[in-house]
Design a protein around this ligand. Structure first.
Ligand code: G4P
Length: 521
């Protein structure tokens, strides 16, 4: 049966530690609690949705994997796509952002805009993703709200349009002024941060004496914002010119309900998408989807390989046979799952905006399109500029077969870029990473999953440029650079520094040397 409920597909992004995991779980539990007739969940339940599955992630306390969490809220289906938190994995975050229609940016009220915050805002701008900004941790001392607005405007060049305004300074969070109704939404602290923090809406004249001073202050600042025309404008928000702002404490569940309501009200629904040849698929056309992440090892018992695909158009039915755009071959979708952390559920049907995990998808790579009906192919997910380079070889030459298989698999998943050349041969490929932590993931997985210890040797390169076949030919043998090839056929030229890359470009104006977007923190 066709599921016509509207969808919202978004990601929560932030600098590490701003509260992404906390708010993700609060959103999910809040929605679930609402749907389960108002049951209140305490903090103990949060443990159930912890999204880490690799032992290494646990040890480091960071989330390396990405998956999607789906829940219902007020007759909508909400898809929350999880993003990795560590800056080394910004390439992964970038890919995830190709699968969402909007993003929620968390800013730590005490720290303001941090390096990763700025970078993520830039990535959203580049991809045209509208951003809702949440100033989190308002229960703790922090910057003044006007100062934070000023930072967003100056450093990100996005106009902040607060929808709520805090009543009480950071550290003394009484509630918020709903700037569109003028009401006071008063919060009450609950023990242990239960899922639904009690909220009470009241008109200005109902505000108690105890809250009067801070309320008047909020009203005054709201007036300043009005004078400054910092009010929400849906068209400008969708065009990426403004960012609606709200204030919250994820830990205490303050503002979580408002965020969900805002997502339903303001965030865009899945829309038409253009293919590389300019043809456009509307959400109700034939089925199409693109793969934005490939992952294996979710379940060490059967080592499944999952390709996460975002549905662009049409209805997905389990078992349907689709066409793999890059090979033209049929792909049978025997099983599909929704996955979040350890919880997997088999999917029978899915719709535009939904994320499906396709099982046994050995042929699918990041950026690939699958479809039914007339051919469509979506632009691949662009990659960031690698800045760290190592050669890798099998630590145990007797396990070369496992080594080759593992490296190929990690390459296809996009864990790291694998570069090869005739000169280096298959036994000694070059690994290129945006951040050094990617090498640790390679080492960990090669040992634990592929049973092949590896040896790394550092290479003295810092800069990569892309070239074409002619450029690769011309540059081969030239001093100060090395020409290699990615498994998708792209020619990559490595230089010791950007000075040398620029000099080579200057001395050889006919050779194409293209830079990739910077990804490092
Ligand atoms: P991340 O995924 O963005 O990296 O952040 P995470 O949710 O793990 O939160 C980082 C820390 O900030 C956690 O504290 C978390 O409890 C705290 N935190 C998140 N939201 C709020 C908030 O609204 N107010 C306050 N005061 N703290 C918040 P921790 O000590 O590292 O972990 P834990 O022991 O509390 O779990």
């Amino acid at each position: 049966m066709l599921d016509t409920r509207p969808r919202r597909t978004f990601a929560v992004i932030s600098h590490p530690d701003a509260g992404k995991s906390t708010i993700t779980e609060a959103l999910a539990l809040h929605a679930r609690a609402i749907n389960e007739a108002g049951a209140v969940h305490g903090k103990g339940d949060r443990k159930a949705t912890v999204s880490d599955w690799m032992a290494m992630e646990k040890a480091r306390g960071i989330s390396i994997t990405s998956a999607a969490l789906q829940f219902e809220y007020r007759d909508h289906v909400v898809n929350l796509v999880d993003t990795p938190g560590h800056s080394d994995f910004s390439e992964d975050t970038y890919r995830v952002l190709s699968a969402v229609d909007s993003a929620v940016m968390l800013v730590d009220a005490g720290k303001g805009l941090e390096p990763q915050t700025l970078k993520l805002f830039r990535v959203c701008a580049l991809r045209g993703i509208p951003v809702i900004t949440v100033i989190n941790k308002w229960d703790r001392p922090g910057l003044s709200p006007l100062e934070l607005m000023d930072m967003i405007e100056r450093q990100i060049k996005l106009r902040p349009t607060p929808l709520t305004w805090p009543v009480g300074e950071a550290g003394d969070f009484r509630g918020v002024l709903d700037r569109r109704t003028g009401e006071f939404i008063k919060y009450t602290r609950t023990a242990g941060g239960a899922t639904i923090a009690p909220e009470k809406r009241m008109a200005s004249d109902e505000v108690s004496e105890a809250d009067r001073l801070v309320w008047d202050n909020a009203v005054e600042e709201h007036g300043l914002l009005e004078l400054d025309e910092a009010d929400h404008d849906q068209a400008r928000f969708l065009a990426g010119e403004t960012t609606p702002v709200m204030f919250a404490s994820a830990l205490q569940n303050f503002g979580v309900a408002q965020l969900l309501d805002l997502l339903l009200e303001l965030a865009p629904a899945p829309g038409p998408t253009e293919g590389v040849d300019g043809t456009v698929r509307e959400p109700d056309d034939d089925f199409s989807a693109f793969v934005f992440k490939v992952q294996s090892g979710m379940n060490s018992a059967h080592r499944d390989r999952l390709a996460y695909a975002r549905i662009v158009s049409g209805e997905f039915e389990r078992g349907m046979v689709v066409t793999h755009a890059s090979t033209g071959r049929p792909f049978a979708t025997k099983f599909a799952q929704t996955v979040f952390g350890r919880e997997t559920t088999s999917v029978e049907n899915a719709y535009p905006g939904d994320i499906i995990g396709l099982v046994n998808a050995n042929a699918l790579r990041v950026g690939d399109t699958i479809f039914t009906g007339p051919k469509i192919e979506y632009a691949g997910v662009p990659s960031f500029a690698p800045e760290h380079f190592m050669t890798v070889s099998a630590g145990d030459i007797g396990r070369f077969k496992q080594f080759r298989k593992g490296i190929e698999q990690l390459d296809q998943e996009g864990v790291v870029q694998v570069l090869r050349s005739d000169l280096r041969g298959d036994q000694n490929p070059v690994l290129a990473a945006v951040g050094p932590l990617q090498f640790e993931v390679v080492e960990d997985r090669m040992v634990n999953e592929f049973n092949s210890p590896v040896r790394f040797a550092r290479l003295d390169y810092k800069v990569a440029r892309l070239t074409d076949a002619e450029g690769a030919e011309a540059l081969k043998g030239m001093r100060g650079c090395e020409v290699l090839q990615r498994s998708d056929g792209t020619h990559v030229v490595l230089f010791a520094d950007s000075w040398r890359a620029n000099a080579t470009a200057r001395d050889n104006p006919s050779i194409t040397l293209e830079a990739l977007p910077a990804g490092g923190a």
